[in-house]
Write a protein that binds this ligand. Structure first.
Ligand code: TYM
Length: 335
């Protein structure tokens, strides 16, 4: 079976972009692939997180993975900081990555722009992400468009390591969906829908109530004119709303344009709110069921155990290749 790895940060809300760009797709792999899905809390602390809020969000993010339809019997779901190999290989890969290539990461440029200070972790973050992926001999990495550059860096680091120290890592491939790879902000279609956007009107959270969804869609910006047509260059805001509609009902955009031919934006937006609400309903239901069931701790403990087994064998291989000490066996954690 081919291996799949992906991660989501437990910082801020989980929104429709995360759902269509990542979570919903994770479910599609679970029957025919061996899947490792990770709540990447070490990544979240590259910017300040309130400790109480962070631990609440770790739990919440894990619940949303399950609510999206992941079956804990089929996939390994775990929290990054429960598996020490991630931080260890992360350091080793920081020593392989160059200052120049880390400086070219667009996400670092965006997140550091205009800030008086940024953490060293924010800069070296892609090396940790590469470690996450390489520790599982991963074949495929399903992500949204914004993570493509990071996965490409991961491939470069794996190839560099292999050519310096001998074949050690499998070189993974990013899987970016044709649709849903970049859901835009509802307030500004030049920006992606983002957890860190201070304006809640810009995103639909998976936790939003029916009224909130309806209000956010009513207030979503549209373009001039009244025809419901998919023309991303001319009508980027409407094109985004059409993409969301199409993903919710799983129908091609052309069919939706046809449905609204001769009708205006108001009808379209009202129905869009309804299809989003219908998409969120089963997710919210499963979220509450999992939350009440109290099984999360066991699922994450089992996940961490399995992730530790697999990743420690790969870490041992990498340490040996580099000539580092393996007196403390990374698999057994004893001498
Ligand atoms: P994060 O937590 O920002 O986002 C989680 C996933 O959601 C996708 N995504 C989107 N997709 C479509 N439209 C959007 N507006 C949108 N916003 C986010 C992201 O592409 C991602 O797939 N660095 C990663 C987390 C990470 C990771 C990994 C991912 C750490 N280690 C290893 C894959 C493999 C991040 O910050 O994602």
């Amino acid at each position: 079976m081919k291996r799949v790895f992906s991660g989501v940060q437990p910082s801020g809300v989980i929104h429709l972009g995360n759902y269509f760009g990542a979570l919903k797709r994770f479910v599609d792999f679970q029957d025919e692939h061996e899947c490792f899905y990770c709540i990447v809390d070490y990544h979240a602390i590259t910017v300040y997180q309130d400790p109480k809020e962070l631990s609440r969000q770790i739990e919440d993010t894990a619940l949303y993975f399950l609510a999206a339809g992941l079956d804990p019997q089929k996939v390994t779901l775990f929290v990054q900081s429960d598996v020490p190999c991630h931080a260890e290989l992360g350091w080793m890969l920081q020593c392989i990555a160059t200052f120049g290539e880390l400086s070219r990461m667009t996400q670092f440029k965006e997140k550091s722009e205009g800030k008086e200070t940024v953490s060293g972790g924010l800069f070296t973050y892609p090396a940790l992400m590469a470690a996450d992926i390489l520790l599982y001999d991963t074949d495929y990495v399903p992500v949204g468009e914004d993570q493509k550059q990071h996965v490409e860096l991961c491939r470069d680091l794996a190839e560099r390591f292999n050519s310096r120290y001998g074949p050690t890592f499998k070189v993974p491939e990013p899987l970016i969906p044709e649709y849903g790879a970049r859901i835009k902000s509802l307030q500004d279609p030049t920006k992606k829908m983002s957890k860190s956007d201070p304006n809640p009107l810009s995103y639909i959270s998976l936790a939003d109530s029916k009224d909130e969804v309806a209000r956010k869609i009513r207030r979503a910006v549209t373009d001039s004119g009244r025809e419901v047509v998919y023309r991303p260059d001319e009508k980027p805001a409407l094109a985004n709303l059409l993409s969301i509609y199409s993903l919710c009902v799983n129908k091609p955009i052309s069919e939706i344009e046809e449905m609204y031919r001769g009708r205006g934006y108001a009808d379209f937006k009202k129905d869009l709110a309804d299809v989003i609400i219908q998409t969120l309903e089963p997710v919210q239901k499963r979220y509450s069921e999992y939350k009440q069931s109290g099984v999360l701790k066991d699922i994450l403990s089992n996940g961490a155990k399995r992730a530790n087994e697999v990743s420690s064998a790969v870490l041992k291989r990498a340490k040996e290749a580099m000539g580092l000490s393996t007196l403390i066996d990374p698999v057994k954690r004893t001498i």
